[in-house]
Design a protein around this ligand. Structure first.
Ligand code: LLP
Length: 431
């Protein structure tokens, strides 16, 4: 709440535009991105690398929020993207995104997806398992083609975060195990195939992580692995990709360090171990999703019905919910909301903010202090830009919201609101 902008009318402003005017123009529920917040965060990451004199790539994890306009914006800032599906890759192609700046992740990429990646000569395929190496070998041979690859490994670090968000521990579905020698075997297979160029090693330890230590440990482990590989095989890596996962502030009580400070610690840990092992300094790649898209996003809702459960609490219901933001229901994720017409108005009651979906679990915020609201008031949920719209569904056959980009007071539609016709466009009537 400390970071929100308030304009002269006393209303919430996003990217210099009045939130209530945006609502008038685009209706609710509405997702709004402050474009300069996205640019600024990318710049903060880039500056850390520049200050440390390290070659790098900031690769936006597009699963956090992808659409053509977002990819265009990311490209304007010279950032890369990582994709995890043919659909994300297709969106990047349609956005005119430079294919050599695309990394492809996933623990079960299909033959079709790998073929697409090879046909478009994307920057790097991040190999996750032996089946995939075999598939890719077949495809490269059939197409008489080459491609860059990295190996994803599980460094054996379990991050302090929600269980579903952990990926770096040994017991994970992602990547090659380091301890048992799987990763080394994968390296041998890749080096033996002249159609694959081995760029380096990758690990991602989890998401919404607040502690620097896990990142430092994982990064150090990656460098030690590279040292071992050099000693055993002579292979010297050009890149180390440390993934994403830098935690962000969702509510007033969260107190993370700035996302780029995690990266600064990682880079320093890498430099130190590289020096000790006498390795050439690799380029450092990061894959932040949440920290780039999250804080820049706002979900705007209109207040509708209210129920006062006697002696317990009021429920204030808005015109969206788990269909446009599943995170509270799925991860017990916490958010703050403000009254868009007067974000600083003193609180008069503590309410539950409920969604309109037919499920008791569709509660957006369990406890929110607010001034008294009435039907028609606009509530803004803060920091909703990552894994909100990206995980949206048509549950209850509700159309997904529109997404608007705002910068310097200028607004433009990035994704139009779904219509009822959109909802039935795939339906096939009985014959
Ligand atoms: N790189 C890889 C390989 C990943 O798996 C992920 C996230 C990222 C980068 C980006 O992580 P970030 O910087 O956004 O934390 N739906 C969940 C988050 C799932 C994250 C999956 N992988 C949520 O809403 O919390």
């Amino acid at each position: 709440i400390s970071q929100i902008q308030i304009n002269q009318a006393g209303h919430l402003a996003i990217g210099g535009a009045d939130a209530l005017k945006l609502v008038k123009k685009y209706q609710t529920p509405l997702v709004v991105y402050d474009v300069s917040a996205i640019r600024d965060q990318i710049h903060h990451f880039q500056k850390v690398f520049e200050d440390n004199h390290v070659a790098y790539a900031v690769s936006y994890a597009s699963k956090a929020f992808a659409c053509i306009a977002m990819f265009q914006l990311i490209n304007q800032e010279n950032a890369h993207i990582d994709v995890v599906s043919g659909g994300e890759l297709y969106t990047a192609i349609k956005a005119g995104f430079p294919m050599d700046h695309v990394s492809f992740h996933g623990n079960n990429k299909s033959r079709e997806e790998l073929e697409m990646a090879v046909d478009y000569q994307i920057g790097v395929i991040i190999l996750d398992n032996f089946h995939e190496i075999e598939l890719l070998k077949q495809i490269l041979t059939a197409k008489d083609a080459h491609i860059n690859v990295m190996l994803r490994v599980t460094p054996g670090v379990s991050a302090h975060t929600h269980e579903y968000d952990q990926t770096g521990q040994t017991d994970s579905k992602f990547g090659f195990d380091l301890k048992s020698g799987q990763a080394r075997q994968a390296l041998d297979e890749v080096l033996a195939d002249s159609r694959m160029t081995m760029l380096g090693i990758h690990a991602h330890i989890g998401s919404q992580i607040f502690e620097v230590k896990g990142f430092e440990m994982a990064a150090t482990k990656l460098i030690e692995t590279l040292g071992q590989w050099r000693d055993e095989t002579g292979y010297v890596a050009k890149m180390v990709n440390v993934g994403g996962g830098f935690g962000i502030r969702y509510t007033e009580t969260d107190d993370p360090i700035a996302p780029e400070m995690f990266v600064d610690a990682i880079v320093k840990a890498i430099k130190k171990r590289v020096g000790e092992l006498n390795l050439p300094m690799p380029a450092v790649w990061i894959e932040p999703g949440r920290s780039i898209a999250g804080p820049a996003g706002y979900n705007l809702y209109t207040v509708g019905s209210r129920k006062d459960v006697p002696g317990i609490r009021p429920y204030v219901t808005v015109d969206g919910g788990m269909g446009d933001n599943i995170r509270p229901a799925l991860y017990q994720a916490k958010y703050d909301a403000v009254l868009a017409s007067d974000p600083k108005a003193p609180a008069e009651e503590t309410v539950r903010i409920a969604g309109k979906y037919c499920e008791s679990g569709d509660i957006l915020i369990q406890k929110q202090a607010l001034p008294k609201t009435k039907p028609g008031d606009v509530l803004a949920m803060l920091a909703t830009g990552a894994y909100g719209y990206a995980m949206a569904s048509n549950y209850n056959r509700n159309p997904r919201p529109a997404v608007v980009f705002v910068e310097n007071g200028h607004d433009q539609l990035a994704i139009r609101r779904e219509t009822y016709d959109d909802l039935i466009k795939l339906d096939q009537p009985l014959q």
